[in-house]
Ligand binder design. Structure first.
Ligand code: HMG
Ligand code: MG
Length: 298
C-alpha cells in the first residue's frame, strides 16, 4: 500500500529562513545551500522574490541564486508573488517558479495584501509568463486545514481554489497546513475531497509541525497515495503572517521515518546532518529536530 519511494522538497532556505529575526549573511546562505546540494536532495527552494520590505531576510534572493553552485539533477526554486517578482526571478535564472495563495480569505489578505478573487488574475499572469519563459510552475495553497484568523477551513473551499490554480496550468500543487493544526483524520477528509478531482502525483503536502502532528499526517498522506513532501532542515521556519506558526516538519526526522519504513528518498541522512550542523552554527541557536537532539546529546 505504501509507495516505494517519495520525493522530498527542501524548503529550509526559503520557508526556514523567512521567519528568522536575525539577518543571516548571504555568504552563509550560499554555503549552506551548496551543502544541501550534496545530500542527494533533488529539489531546493532557495529564496523568495516577494517584496523585500515584507521579508527583509530574503532580500538577497538574486545574489543567492546567482552565486550558489548548481548541481546537476537539482531543481532550484523560489517563491514569486507577482509579475515584478517573476521579472527578478527570471533574471536570476530560477529553475522553477512557485506561486502562492491561501484557501482562507483573511490569511490571503494578510499574507499578500489581496482578496482571493483579486489574486487569481495576478497569479494567472505569472503562470502564463513563467511558462512562456520555459519554467515549470509549482503552486502553494496555504491554510488548507485551518486559518489563524478564521479557524477551520472547509475541504470544499480548498478544492475550489485548487481547481482555479490547476486551471492556470500549474504543474504541481503543494497543500500547506500553514499553522500546523491538522490531525490525520482531517488530512484524510481533505484528501478524500481532492483525490477524485486531481492527480495524486501532482499533489504535495506541506506540514508545519506546530503541534507535533506532522509525521502522523505524512503517514496518513502516504497511505492515501501522496508521494511528494515538503520539509525544512532542522525544522526551521514559519509564516510571518500566521501568528504562532512554527517550522516545517524537520527533513532529518522525516528521512529517519521514511527510511525506517523502507521508503526510498535518494537522500543521505549523514550528509544532511552535516548540513544541519552548519546552519545551526551560523544561526547560533539550537535547531528543532529529534535527530539534532540525539546528535547534540552524543
Ligand atoms: P503590495 O504592497 O500590495 O504590492 O504587496 P503592490 O503590487 O501594490 O506594489 C507596491 C510596490 O511594491 C510597488 O513599488 C512594486 O513595484 C513593489 P512602487 O511602484 O510603489 O515603487 N513590488 C515589488 N518589489 C519587489 N519584488 C516584488 C514586488 N511586488 C511589488 N515581488 C506583495 C503585495 C504580494 C508583493 C506583498 O504582499 C508581499 O511581498 N508579500 C509576501 C508575503 C510572504 O512572503 N509571505 C510568506 C511566504 S508564504 C508562506 O510562507 C506559506 C507557504 O510556506 C505555504 C504554507 O506554509 O502554507 C508557501
Ligand atoms: Mg510554509
Amino acid at each position: 500500500k505504501l509507495p516505494k519511494s517519495v520525493k522530498i522538497k527542501e524548503v529550509g532556505p526559503r520557508d526556514g529562513l523567512q521567519n528568522e529575526k536575525q539577518t543571516i549573511p548571504t555568504e552563509d546562505k550560499i554555503t549552506w545551500i551548496d551543502s544541501l546540494s550534496k545530500t542527494g536532495l533533488s529539489y531546493i527552494e532557495v529564496s523568495s522574490f516577494v517584496h523585500p520590505k515584507w521579508i527583509p531576510q530574503l532580500a538577497d534572493a538574486s545574489e543567492v541564486l546567482g552565486k550558489i553552485q548548481r548541481e546537476q539533477g537539482v531543481t532550484y526554486a523560489a517563491l514569486v508573488p507577482n509579475l515584478r517578482g517573476l521579472e527578478r526571478a527570471l533574471v536570476a535564472n530560477v529553475d522553477e517558479v512557485s506561486i502562492f495563495m491561501s484557501a482562507s480569505e483573511a490569511h490571503n489578505k494578510n499574507n499578500i495584501n489581496k482578496s482571493i478573487e483579486e489574486t487569481y488574475p495576478i497569479l494567472s499572469e505569472v503562470v502564463k509568463e513563467a511558462k512562456a519563459a520555459g519554467k515549470t510552475v509549482r503552486g502553494y495553497l496555504s491554510t488548507v486545514i485551518g486559518c489563524p484568523y478564521e479557524g477551520p477551513v472547509a475541504a470544499s473551499q480548498v478544492r475550489k481554489v485548487s481547481d482555479r490554480l490547476f486551471s492556470m496550468g500549474i504543474d504541481e500543487l503543494s497543500l500547506g497546513d500553514t499553522i500546523g493544526v491538522g490531525v490525520p483524520n482531517q488530512v484524510e477528509k481533505l484528501l478524500e475531497e481532492l483525490l477524485p478531482h486531481f492527480d495524486a502525483n501532482k499533489l504535495a503536502m506541506h506540514f508545519h509541525d506546530t503541534r507535533g502532528t506532522a509525521l502522523a499526517n505524512i503517514v496518513k498522506s502516504l497511505e492515501m497515495g501522496i508521494t511528494i513532501f515538503d520539509s525544512s532542515l532542522g525544522g526551521l521556519g514559519g509564516c510571518p503572517y500566521a501568528k504562532g506558526a512554527s517550522g516545517n516538519v524537520a527533513t532529518e526526522d522525516l528521512l529517519y521515518m521514511l527510511h525506517g519504513m523502507g521508503i526510498e528518498t535518494g537522500i543521505d541522512i549523514d550528509t544532511v546532518m552535516e548540513s544541519a550542523k552548519l546552519i545551526e552554527k551560523v544561526r547560533g541557536k539550537k535547531l528543532n529536530s529529534r535527530q539534532m537532539d540525539i546528535l547534540n546529546a552524543e
